[in-house]
Design a protein around this ligand. Structure first.
Ligand SMILES: NC(=O)c1ccc[n+]([C@@H]2O[C@H](COP(=O)([O-])OP(=O)(O)OC[C@H]3O[C@@H](n4cnc5c(N)ncnc54)[C@H](OP(=O)(O)O)[C@@H]3O)[C@@H](O)[C@H]2O)c1
Length: 358
């Protein structure tokens, strides 16, 4: 029987990954974290398959090695991801397992591949298996299957609780390996300062008026280059300006003081939740280069919980590894998941409250 280890399986993202893997009967589960009681509680949701709680601190080499031992697939939902980088991936590969990370991004892939990781000849390490990055780089491909795009506009956001650990990741999401604020992609290159924040705009799928902040992530630049899109605009959508203001204050401060801004980011997410209630939307709008009648131009996906849905994506990625559809090597999830299979799976998931392809 396949053995899947979910590190951080008692967290917001990891809990749902555990639930879905159990429901799909991918294999027996090992749920890891520092607090054994929380891990044991997460195991109780895994009905139908054997699930064992496992005490492990990812900063402890021996404990991490023991956690990975015997696993066929290790999923990492612990963090902060941009501090963990390739640490868990290396342990998983050294133990002979495939690896899935709900986050990680190109910085983690760089760290893993630059250091010459062993195990990638025979096993896969799949990063950014969440919503953003993740689905944000995967789903727009569905709108490009019938021909090239002149324009792709991406709006992802809403209101969600952000825990302290994820707040650290939000604060660390800056610098050229993550992306460029206010930039657009035009004619094969990044154009800095091309866009302005859209304040108080109405967008399909988003509640009331929202604020859309341009951020050309590296995920979007890669996608634009791969699809040959003439112009790509990528926006992170907020229901109030509390989060961008909290991030701006932190980034104006001394780098060493970053962690002191975590409570402000957590509180700002609380402000958004109070204003709009929990919801999240991913909106992709296109202008095809050669418009043909009947061609889909817009994809909209809605969920009440972006963190939980990231857990679903991580679990789906593990299921694909289990089914052997992902080749060995280090990849972003959007490069190796099938957009159509993934959307089909998401349509059936209770955490997806709407999918419109029109
Ligand atoms: N791609 C996306 O769209 C996306 C979306 C949401 C979140 N994420 C990422 O997913 C990750 C998890 O976020 P979350 O909100 O679910 O966090 P969370 O609720 O705080 O859960 C963290 C989990 O990791 C465990 N953990 C924390 N530190 C650990 C350590 N040193 N050793 C072992 N286990 C540890 C925690 O258990 P213990 O405290 O018991 O150790 C818990 O199970 C973050 O890196 C976040 O950035 C990605």
């Amino acid at each position: 029987m396949t053995q899947v280890g979910v590190l951080g399986g008692s967290g917001t993202v990891g809990r749902i990954a555990v639930e879905r893997l159990a429901g799909w009967e991918v294999g027996s589960l090992r749920v890891g974290g520092r607090d054994l009681d929380r891990a044991a509680e997460a195991c109780t949701a895994a009905t139908g398959v054997p699930a064992e709680p496992f005490r492990v601190d990812l900063d402890d080499d021996a404990a991490l090695r023991d956690f990975c031992a015997g696993c066929d697939i290790v999923i990492n939902c612990a963090g902060p991801s941009y501090r963990v980088l390739d640490r868990v991936a290396r342990a998983a590969l050294a133990g002979g397992a495939h690896y899935v990370d709900a986050a990680g991004d190109l910085v983690a892939i760089d760290a893993l591949t630059a250091g010459g990781a062993t195990g990638l000849d025979h096993h896969a390490a799949v990063f950014s298996a969440g919503l953003m990055p993740g689905l944000s780089g995967l789903l727009p491909r569905l709108l490009a299957v019938d021909g090239p795009l002149a324009r792709l506009d991406v709006y992802v956001g809403g209101a969600a609780a952000i825990g302290p650990l994820s707040a650290v990741d939000a604060l660390l999401t800056r610098g050229p390996r993550f992306g460029t604020a206010l930039a657009a992609w035009r004619d094969g290159q990044i154009v800095p300062g091309a866009l302005k924040p859209l304040r108080s705009v109405a967008l399909p799928g988003f509640r009331d008026r929202v604020h859309a902040w341009p951020f050309l992530s590296t995920e979007m630049s890669r996608l634009a280059a791969e699809l040959g899109v003439d112009e790509l605009r990528n926006y992170t959508v907020y229901v109030t300006e509390a989060i961008p203001e909290a991030l701006a204050r932190a980034w104006a401060d001394d780098e060493a003081a970053l962690d002191a801004h975590v409570p402000a980011v957590v509180a700002a997410a609380g402000t958004d939740l109070a204003a709009a209630g929990p919801y999240y939307a991913m909106l992709f709008q296109t202008v095809p280069r050669d418009p043909a009648p009947g061609r889909a131009r817009r994809l909209l996906l809605r969920t009440p919980d972006s963190y939980a849905l990231s857990g679903v994506v991580a679990a789906l990625t593990a299921r694909e590894l289990h089914e052997g559809t992902i080749p060995p090597g280090a990849h972003p999830a959007s490069d190796v998941l099938s957009p159509s299979r993934t959307l089909t799976a998401l349509r059936d998931d209770p955490l997806v409250t709407g999918v419109e392809l029109s």
